[in-house]
Design a protein around this ligand. Structure first.
Ligand code: SF4
Length: 351
C-alpha cells in the first residue's frame, strides 16, 4: 500500500515518516518520577511491540527523572509538556528524544523559541499536538464557540509558522479530537496541507469496544489512504492493550507483518465446546509468537472445517471435549479440549 510522502523525522534510533512503517506508540500511566515503576512499564510495552514511549512531565522531578529512564530503556522517549516551557528544556537536557507541545497551553513566542533552540542543540524532534479540547479559548469564542477543523488547522498553522520562522522543521504533527469523524477530517486536511509526518490517533476514546471502534472509525480510512506515520490507540486501559490494538489494526489493513490472525466462530446452538474460553487462551498463546499464522477455533465440524479452511491450523469441536484438528482444511486427527493449547504451542514451536 502506498504511503503519502512526508518528510522524515529522526527520533532516537527510529525514523518517522518517509517510506518508513507506521511507528507504534503508547504512553505510560505512572508518574514519571517513579523511575523503577516507569522503566518496568516501558520494558513491558517494549516486549509487547511498542516502538516509541511518551511520558508526562508534570514537574521538575519528572523532567529530571527522564535521565535515569532513558539510560535503562531501548526505545526513544517523548516528553509530554503542558504549560511550562522550562520542563521541556529540562526534559531535553535529561535526554528525551522528542517533545510534545500543545499549542493550546504553551503560547508565548519567546518561550517557544527557547524550546526550539534547545531542540536544535540536542537534535530533538517536536510533536505539535493540537487537541480540539484545548484550542485557544479566544479563537473558539471568535468562532462562535465552535471548534471545527478549520480552527484546529489555524491553531496548528500559527504554531508551525513560529517553528519555521526559526528554521526548525524537525516536526511531527497531530490534530486529535474525541470525535472520530472530526479527527478523520482533520488528518485528511493536514495530509493535503503539510509535508510533515503525522501522528494519528483519536483522543479520549474511552475503553474497550467504545475506544476501539471510535479509533477504528478514524484510523482505518486514514491508513488505507496512506495517511499516518506514527499512531497511538488511546484507551482507558492498561497501555499494553493500546499496543495490541495498534498491532492488530495495522495487521488487518496490511501494514504490519509477522503477526498472528485468530479466526473463530461466533458460536450458536450447534456449538459443543468452550469456544469463547479457548479463544481467550489461544489469543494469549499467539501473542507470544510474532508469527504470520492463521489459527481457527470453531464450535462444530459441520461448518467449522469448511469455514476455517483458510487457517494454517484449526480446531473444530466434533463432540463435547473432542476437537478435530485440521491444517489448511485437511483433517489431521483429534485432541481433547485440554490438549488444544499444548498441541497448538507445539505446532507453533516447530513451525
Ligand atoms: S461453526 Fe458451527 S458452531 Fe460455530 S457458529 Fe458456525 S455452525 Fe455454529
Amino acid at each position: 500500500m502506498n504511503r503519502c510522502e512526508t518528510k522524515k523525522v529522526k527520533v532516537g534510533n527510529i525514523t518517522i515518516g518517509g517510506s518508513n512503517h507506521v511507528v507504534i506508540q503508547s504512553m505510560c500511566n505512572i508518574k514519571t518520577s517513579k523511575v523503577d515503576e516507569v522503566v518496568a512499564q516501558i520494558k513491558e510495552l517494549e516486549e509487547a511491540g511498542c516502538e516509541l514511549i511518551r511520558v508526562s512531565v508534570l514537574d521538575m522531578y519528572d523532567a529530571k527523572a527522564i535521565k535515569d529512564i532513558v539510560e535503562r530503556i531501548d526505545i526513544p522517549l517523548v516528553a509530554d509538556i503542558h504549560y511550562d516551557y522550562r520542563l521541556a528544556l529540562q526534559a531535553m537536557e535529561s535526554g528525551a528524544q522528542k517533545i510534545r507541545l500543545n499549542p493550546g497551553n504553551l503560547r508565548t513566542e519567546e518561550q517557544i523559541v527557547a524550546v526550539i533552540n534547545k531542540a536544535k542543540e540536542k537534535n530533538v524532534a517536536i510533536r505539535i499536538g493540537v487537541n480540539s479540547g484545548s484550542i485557544n479559548p479566544e479563537y473558539v469564542k471568535a468562532n462562535g464557540g465552535k471548534v471545527d477543523v478549520p480552527l484546529m488547522l489555524r491553531s496548528l498553522d500559527e504554531y508551525i509558522k513560529i517553528f519555521e520562522d526559526h528554521n526548525f522543521t524537525n516536526l511531527v504533527l497531530a490534530l486529535k479530537s474525541s470525535d472520530a469523524l472530526q479527527t478523520l477530517e482533520a488528518y485528511r486536511a493536514a495530509s493535503k496541507k503539510y509535508s510533515y509526518p503525522l501522528h494519528i490517533g483519536v483522543t479520549e476514546t474511552s475503553y474497550k469496544d467504545i475506544g476501539l471502534i471510535r479509533s477504528c472509525v478514524a484510523l482505518v480510512p486514514l491508513l488505507l489512504e496512506g495517511i499516518g506515520n506514527t499512531m497511538r490507540i488511546s484507551l482507558s486501559d492498561d497501555p499494553v492493550e493500546e499496543i495490541k490494538a495498534c498491532k492488530r489494526l495495522l495487521h488487518e489493513v496490511g501494514l504490519y507483518n509477522n503477526f498472528p490472525t485468530l479466526i473463530s466462530c461466533p458460536t450458536c446452538g450447534r456449538t459443543k465446546g468452550p469456544i469463547i474460553e479457548l479463544c481467550r487462551q489461544i489469543d494469549e498463546v499467539l501473542l507470544k509468537y510474532n508469527k504470520e499464522i492463521k489459527v481457527a477455533i470453531m464450535g462444530c465440524v459441520v461448518n467449522g472445517i469448511g469455514e476455517g479452511k483458510g487457517a494454517d491450523i484449526g480446531f473444530a469441536c466434533n463432540t463435547y471435549d473432542l476437537f478435530t484438528v485440521f491444517e489448511k482444511g485437511q483433517v489431521k486427527g483429534t485432541v481433547t479440549t485440554k490438549e488444544v493449547i499444548p498441541y497448538l504451542e507445539n505446532y507453533l514451536k516447530n513451525r
